[in-house]
Ligand binder design. Structure first.
Ligand code: CA
Ligand code: CA
Length: 225
């Protein structure tokens, strides 16, 4: 009886610790990349930007990716060359074995907040289809510094609309954009992607000059979820 009394507190402590860990896990975002033409065998789990896949031994060899989030994949290192693949999924796989990205991906990165899927956060890109330099954040930006009048594509995640202005300091023509939503396996992901300004946003290329959180224009894309 004495030994049971000693064991119980330890067991309770262990369970409490496990519960705390489980609650502490942030919104998941990951991309498991396989060199096999099926989602089996060894894989590399990407959790962060990967500008040069030689560092992971995965250059020009990815055939299948599985995971959650908005992930962007490129032919050249440092997010250059042809844009190869846009991944917007919750707990899903995409098989590139018989399509263009097969054995070509040399860099990849996610769109959205480093703090997880739920944190409203935008990414503005210098080139169309999420290429080149980026300006990003989760707060209003009265000007875009080095990307002023250079933005050619954008993405955002989190459950908030954003308003993109043609003038600095939230002036000029503007567009409010609400995110799309995926609900799957108990995970909710809000996201929006626009590979080009003209086609997806109805805006002139290289025209965005400031960004504000919320819907601050009558010119609206999408709707609240
Ligand atoms: Ca390549
Ligand atoms: Ca541009």
């Amino acid at each position: 009886m004495g030994s049971l009394v000693r064991v119980l507190p330890a067991l309770v402590a262990a369970i409490s610790c496990f519960t705390a860990l489980a609650i502490d896990v942030p919104s998941p975002r990951n991309l498991n990349a396989y060199n096999n033409s099926a989602a089996d065998g060894p894989y590399y789990e990407f959790l962060d930007y990967a500008p040069d896949l030689r560092d992971q031994g995965m250059d020009n060899s990815i055939k299948v990716v599985c995971g959650t989030g908005v992930w962007l994949m490129y032919d050249d290192h440092y997010y250059g060359g042809d844009f190869l693949a846009l991944f917007t999924n919750v707990n899903r796989c995409e098989n590139y074995t018989y399509s263009n990205p097969n054995d070509k991906i040399s860099s990849l990165r996610y769109a959205g907040s480093p703090d997880g899927l739920a944190d409203p956060y935008y990414n503005l890109y210098e080139r169309s289809f999420y290429g080149g330099n980026e300006f990003k954040g989760n707060t209003d930006a009265p000007n875009l510094a080095y990307l002023d009048m250079k933005v050619s594509s954008l993405a955002f995640t989190g459950n908030s609309p954003w308003t993109f202005f043609m003038g600095q300091n939230y002036t000029g023509e503007a567009k409010c954009v609400y995110p799309n939503v995926i609900n799957s396996d108990g995970v909710t992901m809000h996201y929006y992607v626009a590979g080009s300004m003209q086609y997806y946003m109805g805006l002139a290329d290289n025209s965005i000059r400031s960004v504000a959180k919320g819907c601050l224009s009558d010119n609206i894309i999408g709707h609240p979820h």
